[in-house]
Ligand binder design. Structure first.
Ligand code: AMP
Length: 223
């Protein structure tokens, strides 16, 4: 039941866990296509705040570029609002949230009446560094490339819209390593939180995106 107004509206909340570059965004996109869920990426939302130079964006910019986590309170209202909007829809994917136990506890304060399932996409750290340092994106249409595994047809140019590709400031090796350190310190406890308190599933993210999705889709079908 919806805890906003007490109506019967239901909601599946799929929490995607796993290290940065582990394929959460790729899997989220496929879940949206196959299951009609909404997708909320806190990283994407923050990057938009930075682009729009909002108060949140101004506070978040340097923190994100250094590979650290932004303070929990910058995201709380945004996440709550997005979940409230999704009530009554097929479901919503949380991609990149929660990343601290405090965020997980906050989420639990307004989602107790919904089905919350966590899927951890586990990937080896060496593979993460290789994947993220080869990641490029199109600043115009948002298409993501990997210059090793899925390069554009013309080097440095988006296949879809012809815009010059860019590299996220946090996709350089020193920042990637810091993001992985932060993940181990702050987000691994979130994995343990879900493992011990609710529906928790783990998939091997070292496999191909198609194989990972076969596992992910059978999990989503079962919740
Ligand atoms: P992502 O695109 O998910 O890798 O997120 C990019 C950056 O946004 C992270 O390195 C953090 O600086 C920030 N960020 C995204 N989600 C969160 C979160 N749940 N808590 C704190 N910081 C976050």
């Amino acid at each position: 039941m919806c805890d906003r107004c007490g109506c019967d509206a239901d909601l599946n909340i799929l929490v995607l866990l796993g290290p940065p570059g582990g394929g959460k965004g790729t899997q989220a996109k496929k879940i949206v296509e196959e299951f009609g869920y909404g997708h909320f990426s806190t990283g994407d939302a923050l990057r938009e705040e930075v682009r729009n130079e909002t108060e949140i964006g101004k506070k978040a910019k340097a923190i994100m570029e250094a590979g650290e986590l932004v303070p929990d309170e910058l995201l709380g209202a945004m996440v709550k609002g997005r979940i409230e909007q999704a009530v009554g829809s097929k479901g919503i994917i949380l991609d990149g949230y929660p990343r601290t136990v405090a965020q997980a506890e906050f989420l639990s304060t307004f989602t107790a009446d919904f089905k919350v399932a966590a899927v951890n996409i586990a990937v080896d750290q060496d593979q993460i560094v290789a994947r993220l340092s080869a990641r490029r994106f199109c600043p115009n249409c948002g298409t993501i490339y990997n210059i090793t595994f899925s390069p554009p047809k013309t080097e440095g140019i988006c296949d879809k819209c012809g815009t010059e590709l860019a590299r996220r400031k946090d996709d350089y090796e020193d920042v990637i390593r810091e993001r992985l350190r932060v993940y181990d310190e702050k987000t691994q406890p979130v994995v343990d939180y879900y493992r011990s308190s609710g529906a928790y599933f783990e998939v091997d993210g070292n496999n191909s995106p198609e194989d990972v999705f076969t596992e992910v889709s059978s999990i989503v079908s079962s919740i």
